[in-house]
Design a protein around this ligand. Structure first.
Ligand code: COI
Length: 352
């Protein structure tokens, strides 16, 4: 099936109101968005429209029962000014896995990729080129049935909008190991990128913030012993010369940046272990001086340095950022690939 995309261009661009040297995260939106509706068992044609509010019924099912999923991607420009999107096909596949878990319709690849390409082409002037900045792309799907009752919706909206962004974390962060609250439970929706996972994290994160922590390091729901992920990102530890990250156990998100970090390190010949990692292992490695680095990896966060880990009232301070050769290297590689200044050996960039 071919999905037509109709275009209604904005008559008043807002781009001149933006200070591209001082971009906050997630507060500025580009001129256009893509909108596509699902009804009667199929996706209808897509429209690119001026960025605008959407009108919904107060009885819209997503507002009550949480059938909402989303993605995060980024677009960059190479030195010649060509726009490119980082690994969009991986986000498309993950969105469809989230859709499956949440009883929502999958989005055909042609609709997702062609709609995305067209939108980014139209708003390519919005892709920042300043250091650390990029165009954040937010595809999402909401259940739109006007219906009170628990069952999967029969209608949906799929929308993509974009936002020029600076760094998500403007400085390295302190994280707290959480031993009481849980982000996701076995058999739950931890591996789906659905809104409820983030809503549920807000209260524990607010408590941790009162103690001075920027993020939580989640542990498993049964023993609170095994490290999972850190709210907005997957997490990596460098212990000795091994790079260790929790395995995909169904509770954590299959991050695109996580996969890229693993691929780059493995290709360089480093030892990367995807396996369960316990709090004890991290504490012991810290005591022995073997815990060299800890960092988060995510689309919004990119590579976020973790300076300190809070555990049961004490603070483990890690090695200075300047001494971190692994995370510094992988960040440089990722940035170079995304901005077209380093070889893209794995053909990750989708240049338009
Ligand atoms: C992303 O990294 O794309 C996310 O969705 C995380 C969110 C905190 C912005």
């Amino acid at each position: 099936m071919t999905y037509e995309i109709t275009v209604q261009a904005s008559k008043n661009s807002k781009i001149n109101q933006v200070d591209f040297h001082n971009i906050p995260f997630g507060k500025i939106f580009t001129d256009h968005m893509l909108l596509c509706e699902y009804a009667d068992g199929d996706w209808k044609s897509a429209e690119i429209l001026p960025f605008q509010n959407i009108s919904v019924s107060p009885a819209m099912s997503a507002l009550h029962y949480g059938q909402e999923i989303f993605e995060g991607m980024k677009a960059y420009k190479n030195p010649e000014g060509k726009a490119g999107i980082f690994r969009p096909e991986m986000n498309h596949r993950r969105m469809n896995r989230s859709a499956h878990r949440m009883c929502m319709p999958e989005i055909p690849e042609e609709l997702f990729i062609n709609g995305l390409n067209e939108l980014i082409r139209m708003d390519s002037a919005w892709i920042p080129t300043t250091e650390g900045a990029s165009l954040y792309i937010r595809p999402f799907m909401v259940a739109t049935d006007e219906f009170v009752g628990i069952r999967p919706s029969e209608t949906y909206k799929f929308i993509i909008f974009c936002s020029p962004v600076g760094a998500y974390y403007t400085e390295p962060i302190k994280v707290k190991i959480e031993e009481h609250y849980t982000r996701a439970a076995r058999g739950g929706v931890g591996s789906a990128k659905n809104a409820g996972n983030y809503g549920a994290s807000l209260y524990p994160a607010a408590l941790a913030a009162k103690e001075g922590f920027k993020q939580i390091l989640w542990t498993d729901d049964v023993e609170h012993r095994w490290i999972e992920e850190s709210g907005t990102m997957n997490v990596f530890f460098v212990i000795g010369d091994k790079i260790i990250t929790p395995s995909l156990d169904g509770n954590i998100l299959d991050g695109v940046t996580r996969d890229s970090v693993i691929t780059l390190f493995s290709d360089k010949g480093a030892t990367v272990e995807e396996r369960p990692i316990s709090i004890e292992e991290v504490l012991t490695a810290h005591q022995n001086g073997e815990l060299k680095e800890a960092f988060g990896a995510g689309t919004a966060a990119t590579i976020a340095q973790i300076t300190d880990i809070g555990y049961q009232g004490s603070l483990l301070s890690l090695h200075p950022i300047a001494a971190r050769k692994y995370s510094t290297w992988v960040l440089e590689q990722l940035e170079g690939i995304k901005r077209g200044t380093l070889e893209d050996k794995f053909s990750w960039m989708h240049w338009l």
